[in-house]
Design a protein. Sequence first.
Length: 147
Amino acid sequence: MNIYLICTGNTCRSPMAEAILRARKIVGMEVRSAGIHALDGMPIAAHAKTLLENEGMSYTGTSSAITQERVEWADKILTMTEMHRQVLHDLFPDEKHKIHTLKGFLGQSGNEDVHDPFGGTLQTYGETFKELSTLMADFEKRLIEGW
């Protein structure tokens, strides 16, 4: 199973989510991340890097832009916000069936956005890290249950 995690710049939320999900070591799963407005090669946010290193998680240290090839590669594309999902639906209409917000895919209704810590303190990043850790645990449970 190939999972593609998407946020805005691929320096905060999606790389943290990628590292958290990868650290769960789910057999047969490959995880990548990108950003809808990302430039290839930008460094991961310092606070995100600190949190991931403190947890001993390996991470991708630089950002990636979304590519058609990776959209086609993915079995599920999970976005951090409803806006990200809509942008991807517009850009890749033939792939709509596999593009969801992370929270929506997990059955959470209401606000489907993961908080963006960009520009915030280490504590702000920590709160987003905790939110993503919970969501990734829920994702693994859903996977085990067979979607």
